[in-house]
Design a protein around this ligand. Structure first.
Ligand code: ATP
Ligand code: MG
Length: 471
């Protein structure tokens, strides 16, 4: 048998064994009590039968009846406990009867049959009978003696129960420990693993009741393994993405060092600055993604339409530089209870993409409204759109659609998805129906509003937009 590990002994094993032992002891007491009572009753009935049979025997040898014969016989045998006496009713006690045994004062008019009487401080059980000769006799025995004999019979029936209770308790403790051995063995296997081992636990040989638990642990292991693999890929990609611009920057710095023409130096310096700006933007996006994935930002109640206007204002210089008509088709007043910073990052990335991936002179329309209890934020552009087989992949970190002239880290939509995962709702970016270009949509729950009457602190401090074109 498996000894089991310490944690099992302190919990389930002890509890189960304790409860089963308690139930066994209670059942043992109940069973013992019943068998004692039944055996006691049975012994008394036998004693009553004995009295009747003695009375019948006396009747058959009517002539030989000698008053107080029972006393004499019992005393001769020196066994007063076994005494059954035969008393002729209405006959004086013979003078020779000098016995230490108490003789009951028996009223001569006792009815026939079995009865219990009290006489001289002692209780007697009697069977009264009239012999064919007309002589009435009582065959009797003290109840104390009878009870003692019956008690002895009752107690003897308790012996098997007394032996069985501790045996059953020990047996169940052993069985419980044996049944829980697979759990203990699984926990030992998990304890002995190192941090990198996320292989699944074997489900064969595990009891049916425990299997769902093992399946859940295996599911968790699998998810952890996937997440770790994803993180390893992300770190590798991030290292690669950082190394490329840094190599380029080093080369540009070396070129700058070598050039002595002021015009050439100016040109190379400009390249270096652009490279630095791109590297900085990559680092900003990486930090932003890491922050979104790790920290829980508190929710506040605020006017989302004002935040949308602020985001538009932030992206406006880029749109203006490309000659893109950036504006709001529909901007409803929407109050949400959510982390404002996270929503600002999400919306800025969506609008920034629409402006950057739409050719000069294009149109970008932003909308914010409520639909079936949810808030809809959408950005439509008339750019080149998204290849339909890449709709899912563009949300992966560092994924960029080939063939675009714009520079970028490929992290913007991964940040968007990470925020949407945390705030709830669905985010999509796909081609517009019936028109050229892409449509970004984020549908999300507005969050729990404050109760009416509760102090409301609607954040109202977003900057007012200057150049937003609204219809
Ligand atoms: N509105 C859009 N129209 C066409 N293509 C888009 C649009 N938005 C995103 N994309 C494509 O999806 C890719 C991923 O976008 P994402 O925002 O994740 O990265 P990025 O813009 O390249 O870099 P970053 O935003 O981190 O600076 C982009 O490279 C682009 O090819
Ligand atoms: Mg982007």
């Amino acid at each position: 048998m498996d000894g089991g590990s310490a944690p099992m002994n302190t919990s389930l094993h002890r509890q189960l064994s304790g409860w089963i032992a308690l139930v066994t002891i209670i059942s043992g007491i109940a069973a013992g009590g019943c068998s004692f009572f039944l055996a006691f009753r049975e012994a008394q009935e036998l004693q009553d039968d004995q009295l009747q049979q003695v009375a019948l025997l006396v009747g058959r040898s009517d002539k030989t009846v000698e008053p107080w014969a029972g006393i004499t016989k019992a005393e001769e045998r020196h066994d007063p406990d076994a005494r059954i006496i035969i008393i002729p009713l209405g006959t004086p006690v013979p003078a020779r009867q000098t016995t230490q045994i108490t003789r009951p004062m028996i009223p001569p008019d006792l009815p026939e049959g079995l009865q219990t009487i009290n006489g001289q401080g002692e209780t007697w059980r009697l069977f009264v009978r009239t012999l064919p000769s007309g002589l009435r006799i009582a065959v009797g025995q003290p109840t104390a003696v009878r009870n003692e004999t019956a008690r002895g019979s009752g107690l003897r029936t308790l012996v098997p129960v007394l032996l069985l209770v501790p045996f059953l308790s020990l047996l169940t403790a052993w069985l419980v420990r044996r049944s829980l051995a697979p759990v203990a063995s699984l926990s030992r296997q998990l304890d002995q693993r190192d941090d990198t081992n996320l292989t699944t636990l074997p489900e064969g040989g595990v009891p049916k009741e425990i299997r769902p638990f093992v399946t859940s642990i295996n599911g968790l292991m699998q998810r952890l393994d996937d997440t770790l693999a994803q993180q390893r890929r992300f770190i590798a990609d991030a290292a690669h993405e950082l190394r490329s611009p840094l190599t380029a920057l080093t080369l540009q710095a070396e070129n700058l060092e070598r050039s002595d023409q002021p015009q050439e130096r100016g040109e190379r310096l400009r390249h270096l600055k652009e490279g630095l700006a791109r590297t900085r933007s990559l680092l900003d996006q990486l930090l932003s993604l890491a922050r979104q994935q790790s920290s829980a930002v508190p929710a506040v109640e605020f006017r989302l339409d004002r935040l949308v206007q602020q985001v538009l204002e932030d992206v406006m210089p880029l749109a203006a530089a490309k000659g893109i008509d950036l504006g709001c088709e529909r901007l409803e007043e929407v109050v949400v209870n959510a982390p404002a910073d996270a929503l600002a990052i999400l919306m800025r990335n969506a609008v920034d993409n629409a402006v950057r991936y739409t050719p000069a002179g294009g149109i970008v329309d932003v909308e914010l409204y409520r639909e079936e209890g949810r808030v809809v934020f959408q950005v439509a552009d008339n750019g080149r759109g998204i290849p339909s087989d890449e709709e899912k992949r563009i949300f992966e970190p560092f994924y960029r659609v080939i063939g675009t002239d714009e520079t970028g880290s490929g992290l913007g939509l991964a940040i968007v998805r990470s925020i949407a995962d945390r705030l709830g709702g669905t985010v999509t970016l796909r081609n517009r129906e019936g028109a050229a270009g892409a449509l970004f949509r984020y549908l999300f729950p507005p969050g729990r509003r404050r109760l009416r009457g509760a102090p409301s602190r609607i954040q109202d401090s977003f900057r007012q937009p200057q150049n937003v074109h609204t219809p």
